[in-house]
Design a protein around this ligand. Structure first.
Ligand code: PLP
Length: 337
């Protein structure tokens, strides 16, 4: 990938690309979805490239939401979801999930949240911030529920390649004609700063999203597109890299989860992504106060659950070295003592 980025400079890739991304990259994205997810998208009009998965998602909300339309999402959620829905004039409706259930929703709870204004059900598995991986049967049931009510399913698959137990199934694979698949190079290809996202869905939706993007940002960075193309087409190297990172993350997760539970900061074992939601009430009943104490007294940075809608909890990230994780656990232990 780094070589491809350098090569992009030598090749003089200084010009605009098509707003929806180079055809070479869209073709490689479509090939990835077919190879890994059994999904067939036409690269010309069912796939687009944006400035991060974040822009894919925002384009999607802007394309489908009318003022007051509702989007069902599971809490704890990634903080950008409700903010983007609000920016697009929509209303977030949350289905709360609990640590005792491994942060998995029930189909009944989602069904109970549907109203005549529901336009989108949004799922994110593996989840940021909980690390929950939805079992395929649950993904299928949610997608079938959405399709049966003519509701869009937005499937945020950014963490697909970080599954340690269980099986990944894209929500978009059940009823692809009524789904937006949100993906990108940030997590599974470790290119967060290069800002490449992929979106796939029915052509009318992708066309509407493309019309918006062309007026807002035009194409994603041309050099980063060239590098992402290498990541998607050098299949064996990428698979080896993803397997290596999975092994490292699983080891770090195991150490962090065991350590937090031993210290009474309880957390279920997440099966994916690189986050742990842990209960901080052993430190303070208010999660913001607890997180501040961790920061100021133990110099350990966590994100309090307030903005994720996770009262009493905070998100720990294990996208850091094993030494840092072990040192953080020692410092928390000293704080509690
Ligand atoms: N979705 C989730 C759940 C995320 O956590 C993130 C990034 O943190 C994104 C989407 C967007 O990622 P990016 O815009 O870097 O592709």
């Amino acid at each position: 990938m780094l070589q491809a980025a350098r090569e992009g400079i030598e090749l003089g890739l200084t010009k605009y690309t098509p707003s929806e991304g180079t055809l070479a990259l869209r073709t490689a994205v479509a090939a990835k979805f077919e190879r890994e997810n059994g999904l067939r998208y036409d690269p010309v009009d069912q796939v687009m490239v944006s400035t991060g998965g974040k822009q894919v998602l925002y384009n999607g909300f802007m394309a489908v939401l009318e003022p007051g339309d509702e989007v069902i999402m599971m809490a704890p959620y990634w903080v950008s979801y409700p903010a983007q829905v609000e920016l697009a004039g929509g209303v977030s409706v949350t289905v709360q999930t609990e640590p005792g259930d491994g942060f998995l929703p029930t189909v009944e709870a989602i069904e109970g949240a549907i109203t005549p204004r529901t336009k989108v059900i949004l799922i994110n598995s593996p989840s940021n911030p909980t690390g929950a991986v939805y079992p395929p049967a649950l993904v299928r049931a949610i997608a079938e529920l959405a399709a049966s009510r003519d509701i869009w399913l937005f499937s945020d698959d950014l963490y697909e390649h970080m599954v340690y137990e269980g099986e990944f199934l894209s929500g978009a694979s059940i009823a692809p004609d009524k789904a937006l698949l949100i993906h990108g190079a940030s997590k599974g290809y470790a290119l967060t700063g290069w800002r490449i996202g992929f979106g796939a869905g029915p052509s009318a939706l992708i066309k509407a999203m493309g019309r918006l993007q062309t007026q807002v940002t035009s194409n994603a960075n041309s050099l980063a597109q060239h590098a992402a193309l290498a990541a998607l087409t050098q299949v064996d190297e990428t698979l080896a890299f993803q397997a290596m990172t999975r092994t490292a993350y699983r080891e770090r997760r195991d150490v962090l989860v065991a350590g937090l539970n031993r210290l009474g900061l309880h957390t279920p074992t997440p099966q994916g992504a690189f986050y742990v939601m842990a209960d901080l009430r052993n430190i303070d009943p208010d999660e913001t106060t607890a997180a501040l104490r961790l920061l100021e007294e133990a110099h350990v940075g966590v994100v309090p659950g307030t903005d994720f809608r996770a009262p009493g909890q905070a998100r720990f990230s294990y996208a850091t070295s094993m030494e840092n994780i072990q040192e953080a656990l020692r410092r928390i232990e000293r704080l509690l003592a």
